[in-house]
Write a protein of this length. Structure first.
Length: 277
């Protein structure tokens, strides 16, 4: 285990006091010892030992007296950052972020760049503002939005309740197990249309999305009962323009049940589940 910074500093100071008073041969031995202990490069070790301590000669009544003193370190200059993008740029970035329905910084950067001429003409940007919006990076946009994200973030409710049964009968889907270059393999999920509260009765939307084509089918369910989910999947299968070959869902009890498993077996649909809920 190496030395920590404070130990290295203390060792350097004590060694430098010996080094500045030593003869040439002794300095070589001190350097060997110092580099072996600290792991420093020899040239670097010579540099810091020479600049850490010095011999000071004090004269009084024509008599000189030598003493070893540590060299005072020059205070490190504090770097001064000049802001390139002012409040006008930040305000416009936030406005465009809200207008774009809260895109991430990378996508928002591309959105602003691609539509800059349109925005400049519609909102009469100054040449300086237009230039800065065109050069602002996604990292800078991210810093501008950092304090705004909590104000605009709305977290949804998760109504998924993982089921622990049928693990052996419904395999976990492994990436590229399915031939996704052809349509027919669907990702399944349910969305609770409950607003800001899960109390009371509300509709649930069954969502099936084809991995290859992006074809999406939606069905409104009274609730997440196993029966309604199975009937919703069956109704979607009947209206598809291509055969349903596979169904992949989370571990929620509305999917992970015998009703849907038997339906998939009877209809030749490969049923798999994700390793997370």
């Amino acid at each position: 285990m190496g030395l920590d910074m404070k130990t290295r500093q203390k060792l350097t100071e004590e060694t430098a006091k010996r080094y500045c008073q030593a003869e040439k041969k002794e300095k070589g031995k001190i350097l060997d010892e110092f580099t072996a202990t600290t792991g420093y490069n020899r040239k670097y070790a010579i540099h810091i030992l020479r600049n850490t301590a010095r011999i000071k000669v004090t004269r009084f009544n024509n008599c000189g007296r030598k003493s070893v003193q540590l060299t005072a370190k020059a205070p490190r200059k504090k770097r001064v950052y000049v802001k390139r993008y002012g409040g006008d740029v930040r305000q416009e970035v936030i406005r465009l972020w809200v207008m774009s329905r809260y895109m991430c910084a990378a996508r928002l950067k591309a959105f602003i760049t691609d539509n800059l001429e349109y925005f400049a003409g519609k909102h009469t940007y100054t040449p300086e503002l237009k230039s800065k919006l065109g050069t602002v990076s996604s990292a800078t946009i991210g810093r501008m939005l950092k304090s705004e994200i909590p104000k605009h973030t709305v977290r949804g409710f998760s109504t998924t309740r993982p089921a622990k049964n049928l693990n052996a009968l419904i395999p976990i889907r492994v990436y590229f197990d399915w031939d996704e270059r052809k349509p027919g393999f669907f990702e399944a999920d349910t969305v609770a249309n409950c607003g800001m509260s899960t109390e009371g009765r509300f509709l649930t939307t069954l969502t099936l999305t084809d991995v290859y084509s992006g074809w999406t089918e939606l069905r409104a369910l009274l609730n997440r009962a196993q029966r309604w989910v199975k009937e919703g999947v069956d109704d979607i299968k009947k209206g598809l323009p291509f055969p349903m070959k596979g169904l992949d869902s989370d571990n929620g009890g509305e999917f992970k049940n015998l009703q849907l498993l038997e339906w998939c077996r009877m209809n030749g649909v490969q049923f798999t589940r994700r390793h997370f809920s």
